[in-house]
Write a protein that binds this ligand. Structure first.
Ligand code: SAJ
Length: 441
């Protein structure tokens, strides 16, 4: 079994199927196709499947090289998408890259997409295959969820009849291809042979270290690195709140803190969004059950989830200083994606701000150059507004002419959730300027 699969991997004859063609699955499918493997991809959304098979990239934001690569491997017949799981029947290598959210109420893993993909694949799984989970999963999931479902639906046994691997993705919108090719990866095998074979496979597309480990270690590494980032951002956000309280400037303070050795204070801001950082800390602690009491992780989540509400408070104060009630006020929100220069709106902090402003009775208009429903002319969107709230540091906002914009609004209040502008620049242009982390005189 090992030799046969190794030959197919080294000879690039192994048929590869990627389950889930989103921000993780689509670029990895294209790279394996470009490396010379026959690749197919499965996505449930028929419209996106047809787009992909026309060689059109469904990901909108700035994604260097992806659209061209997709068009190339599709036109050369090396990659095609389908909604039909039967395509799995003649394949040897399967990569699963579906969403793994947490339940908003219980903060426990909500693995519906993962379980469905595993069940549908299990019915077509043949002996000698390799199944790789790229999705970020809670420690203990490979043993407790993935293996049992595949064994039950396939009638095969992991290790003896097929190889099982957890190789967590490390991609970020805006750098999808570069991250896959250039980032170090941990390759967690249900057996050392499984890890060894997966390393052989990824060597075709990853030009960085590939560390073979066991599955629990791989699950821990990925969820912990994102929890680490969330805690670092929470520290920065708490310091921003402290600086506002004491009339200091967190942006200047941070720059100087980072001049001291071994410090890398992250960026405070209007919130933490995306499919990873807001939920992976909960995945990390989801299966701890021998008395472990998490304190830091939940505290960091509370601080970061609170930032869009803090931005709302800054706005309400600013409006009341100007004698404008939030109820009925017309507020323009700049940026709806969770990350600059991306179209990805998953767990976007702007959604939390939007909901809160609506609750308070404000009239909310949104602009985002990348999110289809909020594209449009910025000047028209802010026309007659009582305030502007910047939530995302898209490049296009950095070069906005604040003097021009000033002439469009009814009331010159500017709340900067990402410190895109400077106080002097904004005040010179006649704005009443507020920024996260900036104390007022
Ligand atoms: N953010 C801050 N301050 C910071 C950094 C980020 O407020 O200093 C906010 C961002 O605005 C965004 C959110 O946090 O709303 C997440 O930003 P991100 O830069 O972490 O972007 P992600 O979530 O797309 O990417 C993260 C990355 N993880 C790490 O850097 C440890 C990426 O490497 C992972 O591949 C990705 O999660 C993932 O898929 O897990």
């Amino acid at each position: 079994m090992r030799e046969e699969l190794l030959r197919a991997i080294e000879g690039k004859t192994a048929r590869v199927v990627v389950l889930g063609l989103g921000y993780v699955g689509l670029p990895v499918a294209c790279l394996f196709a470009e490396a010379g493997f026959p690749v197919a991809g499965i996505r449930r959304n028929r419209e996106k499947v047809e787009m992909i098979n026309r060689g059109v990239c469904p990901i909108e934001g700035q994604e260097p090289g992806l659209a061209e690569l997709l068009a190339k491997v599709v036109s050369e017949g090396r990659f095609r998408a389908t909604t039909d799981y039967a395509i799995c029947r003649d394949a040897q290598v399967f990569l699963i890259a579906v969403e793994t959210p947490v339940d908003p109420a219980t903060k426990k893993p909500a693995y519906r997409a993962l379980r469905d993909a595993l069940r549908d694949l299990g019915h077509h799984l043949s002996r000698g295959s390799m199944v790789i989970i790229e999705s970020t999963i809670a420690p203990g999931t490979m043993e407790g969820v993935v293996k049992p479902i595949l064994e039950e639906t396939s009638g095969l046994r992991a290790k003896e009849d097929f190889y099982l691997v957890n190789c967590p993705e490390r991609v970020m919108p805006g750098k999808l291809l570069a991250n896959i090719q250039g980032c170090h990866r941990v390759v967690g095998g249900m057996s050392p042979t499984a890890a060894e074979l997966a390393v052989k496979l990824y060597e075709h597309i990853v030009h960085a270290d590939l560390d073979p480990v066991d599955c629990l270690t791989a699950e821990m590494v990925k969820t912990m690195e994102n929890a680490y980032r969330d805690v670092q951002i929470a520290f920065a956000n708490e310091m921003a709140l402290l600086c506002e309280d004491m009339g200091a400037d967190v942006w200047q303070v941070r720059e100087l803190v980072n001049k001291s050795p071994y410090r890398n204070m992250h960026l405070p801001g209007a919130g933490v969004g995306g499919h990873c950082i807001p939920k992976d800390p909960w995945l990390l602690i989801a299966n701890a059950n021998n008395g472990f009491q998490p304190r830091l992780i939940p505290a960091a989540r509370t601080i970061n989830d609170g930032m869009p509400l803090h931005v709302t408070d800054l706005l309400v104060d600013a409006l009341s200083q100007a004698g404008v009630a939030i109820e009925g006020a017309r507020v323009a929100v700049l940026g709806y994606a969770y990350l600059e220069n991306s179209d990805d709106t998953r767990n976007s902090p702007s959604a939390a701000l939007f909901a809160r402003l609506r609750e308070l009775g404000a009239q909310v208009v949104v602009h985002d150059p990348y999110v289809p429903e909020y594209k449009g002319d910025l000047e028209k969107v802010v026309q007659g507004c009582d305030a502007i709230v910047l939530m995302v540091a898209h490049d296009v906002y950095r070069s906005v002419d604040l003097d021009d914009l000033r002439l469009k609004v009814a009331c010159p209040i500017l709340i900067d959730g990402r410190h895109v502008f400077s106080t002097r620049h904004a005040q010179t242009a006649g704005w009443d300027y507020y920024s996260v982390g900036l104390g007022r005189e």
